[in-house]
Design a protein around this ligand. Structure first.
Ligand SMILES: [Zn+2]
Length: 420
């Protein structure tokens, strides 16, 4: 039994959000949790190598449910503007001047930083195909690639779908059980109806998840409902809309619902401006919602409907979005923003947004998101900066966060240790 490992900490957060003091997580050679017990019991019952974090507070590794790592090089380069259309225009200009080497270097830094901040699963939207190569270096990290598709013409639609098949085939070389894929039609305002239909058919055929930006801005709503507004003006000036394009004439959520895109295989990102009817459509179709607190604050959007969504029983998770609309990709900071914006939420509710809820949205609930027997040993080990007890209120950002990440454990492997 020499390959068994035991992670020993001052306290461990259990799935019911209670603490087990002076305890250890026993892990199989395959990286699965065998037991969570008091350390005295473990010393009697198991023989294995004890990895000592005796001052550490052990919590489940965090899941970042939405990011675009390949936009990391835009950190601090894109200013928040009064209009979403202006921001989109700036991003489009940066895409023209895209420097691949720089994008690779910045994405690499972001991955390192994220792991050092306790993240053990990353759901990344891939457009330029940079991140699969970089993330493959982290064998034990759970990676979920959502391949982006966008375009207005039939020709673009055909090219995008052909390229999609190639990119998915490209993942086979990594041959690893920690790699998952889905597709990401960019948004209702940047993908033609026929390409959206192709995406739904693809998802049904391949049984893969869909991630799509939805109801992000009032401009999106205006374009889809009436074919007017700043987004329309922007697309018109770029000449990207086909001549025969007509607005769907309903809300963006209704539009996707009518196309059959909303199901429990779908994650809708942002969902900042839904109507009451839109919320019911999402609820009834079983979609998950990814709220991006830092990005939401960057754009100064009106208050997010998060409490209503949770009350309706919708599965909501949080993500950082990219550094083109956020200062950091730190999930603890995202939880702190949620705590600041929504004092009515409890600490377990906030922590669930970064652990159990994204695991469920990504259909990884039998693998990660909790410290539980049978699940993968994905952990974040925290250490107090001032010797005070670390509480759930501190971790979720409801109280000042006087702690840092001591170590990150992926499937039983310590991949980051601040002491080394
Ligand atoms: Zn995004």
């Amino acid at each position: 039994m020499k390959d068994i490992k035991i992670f020993y900490g001052k306290k461990i957060l259990l799935e019911d959000f209670n603490w087990l003091d002076n305890a250890g997580v026993v892990v199989s050679p395959e990286g699965k949790i065998i037991a969570i017990e008091k350390i005295d019991h473990i010393r009697r019952e198991y023989s294995g190598r004890i990895v000592e974090f005796e001052c550490g507070t052990i919590i489940p590794g965090l899941l970042n449910a939405h990011t675009h790592l390949e936009l990391s090089h835009l950190k601090g380069k894109v200013q928040a503007s009064s209009s979403f259309a202006n921001w989109l225009q700036e991003i489009a200009l940066h895409r023209i001047m895209f420097d691949r080497e720089q994008a690779i270097a910045s994405a690499r830094e972001s991955i390192k930083a994220m792991i050092a901040q306790g993240v053990t699963t990353i759901a990344d939207v891939v457009s330029e195909n940079i991140t699969p190569l970089l993330l493959a270096e982290y064998k034990h990290l759970r990676k979920f690639y959502f391949f982006e598709i966008a375009g207005w013409t039939e020709e673009q639609a055909t090219n995008m779908m052909n390229r999609l098949t190639e990119r998915i085939r490209g993942l086979e070389q990594y041959n690893d059980t920690m790699t998952f894929y889905g597709i990401s039609p960019h948004a209702p305002y940047s993908v033609s109806e026929s390409l959206l239909r192709n995406a739904v058919a693809f998802s049904n055929r391949e049984h893969c998840l869909i991630m799509i930006h939805l109801a992000e801005s009032p401009e999106e709503d205006e374009l889809i409902r009436s074919g007017q507004g700043k987004l329309y003006e922007l697309f018109d000036s770029f000449g990207v809309l086909p001549e025969d394009w007509k607005p769907p004439g309903c809300s963006p959520t209704q539009f996707l619902y009518d196309l059959g895109m909303l199901s429990n295989d779908t994650l809708v990102v942002h969902f900042n401006y839904p109507s009451d009817e839109d919320i019911q459509l999402v609820k009834n179709s079983g979609c998950s919602v990814v709220y991006c607190p830092g990005s939401h604050r960057f754009f100064k959007h009106t208050r997010h409907p998060l409490p209503t969504l949770l009350k309706e029983g919708i599965n909501v998770c949080i993500g950082t979005d990219s550094l083109a609309s956020n200062e950091e990709l730190d999930m603890f900071r995202e939880m702190r923003i949620v705590a600041e914006e929504f004092s009515e939420l409890s600490a377990p509710q906030i922590l669930s947004l970064a652990t159990t809820n994204p695991a469920r949205a990504l259909k990884l609930q039998n693998e990660t998101g909790k410290i539980k027997k049978g699940l993968s040993c994905d952990l974040a080990v925290l250490i107090s900066n001032n010797a005070d007890e670390i509480t759930l209120e501190m971790i979720s950002g409801k109280k000042e966060q006087e702690f840092s990440v001591l170590a990150t454990v992926l499937a039983g492997n310590v991949v980051y240790n601040s002491a080394v």
